[in-house]
Ligand binder design. Sequence first.
Ligand SMILES: Cc1ncc(COP(=O)(O)O)c(C=O)c1O
Length: 428
Amino acid sequence: MNTLQQNIPLVSDLAQNIIGSEIIKLNGDINQLISKGIHIYNLTIGDFDSNIFPIPDLLKEEIIKAYQNNDTNYPPADGILPLRQQVSALLKRKLQLDYNENEILIAGGARPVIYAIYQTIVNPGEKVIYSVPSWNNNHYTYLSRAGSIQIETTPENNFMPLAKDIEPYIQEVALIALCSPQNPTGTVFKEEQLREIVDLVLNENERRKSLGIKPLYIMYDQVYWELVYTPYQHFNPVTINPKMKAYTVFVDGISKSLSATGIRVGWAFGPKEVITKMKAILTHIGAWAPKPEQVAVAKFMANTAAYDSFVENQKSELFTRLKLFYTGIKHLHQMNLPIDVIEPQAALYLTVKLNLNHRKTQDNQHFADADDILKYLLEKANVALVPFYAFGTGKNSEWFRLSVGTCKKEDIPEILSRFHVILENVKK
Ligand SMILES: Cc1ncc(COP(=O)(O)O)c(C=O)c1O
């Protein structure tokens, strides 16, 4: 190919410049070691091993039944009515949120819902504000041809954005993307933190109303809300202040609560006008949840005893693993080893700090940034975590996400002892 030909674009600018998944890149290094026959404790995956965390038996039976009953044609664009009714009932029963079937949109998981929210609310060139680390907002902003304002958060604030961080930009943004419980940190908003943001948005919307301009919305991704561990609690903008119902679009679904990531059933709920337009956008994409899965999930959710008992067990299995890691890592911290951890609050994630930047190992290996830490962990302990830079922080961040969704309980002592060995090998 000559130079001229090399410069001829083959695809749109959007496609040409799309950012690949940072986690997939990391998996390349892991797979290389695996191909050499090395066993890796891979704690990077924000998914479940379905042999350790299967979907509910009853849900599986209902899915099979739905196929046997030929429930295989197009579902309605906003999802089948019985499922929207069940979502409405769940929101009322467990969160005291009042949303009717016309304010709910079913889609093929939470991702199409997020895409549709961005497309429905944000004009090209407008700005979205979100915190880092956070999950995939950079990609959805890019796909919407929007601009972004990123707020770097701190462990002291549970890695959640504060109203005072958002305030300077409040007049220039179209959407505030919030997520609680949050991926990657496994942390939740405190009620007061969220209330301050809510007050800010309501004030700003008074201003916008008087000027006759489009309101400011919050996208509230609560896909992990069922997985919050005592004494922590899940809060949302609308319960904090019902006036927020006009300005909040929720992202939700069964992927995490029912370990059903491959079943592809998610939903949005929010102001009817927004939901109707999201439905119109998703109709053209055909991002419906498959009909047999919709039928089966509606039947499963109608059995509240089965639903509740599955979710309780799911929480308990995840929390046991998180707690074992937490206790073990805190113990290493107390031994003055360069590691720390945040108490498990929610989801399948633990936030771990490896305090290694600018240190050296006994054999003088130097750590400049997260990549060096990652490499050391992977090669010397055969343990893989995700660095927070995969979620938008700088490479100097020493924080990592540890996911327990694919982890066997009996492996945890061995993983902790490997942490111990490689950290003992770092000069004090
Ligand atoms: C915060 C958050 N929202 C949404 C999703 C996507 O969920 P789904 O698999 O239902 O598309 C994920 C998946 O990891 C997530 O972490």
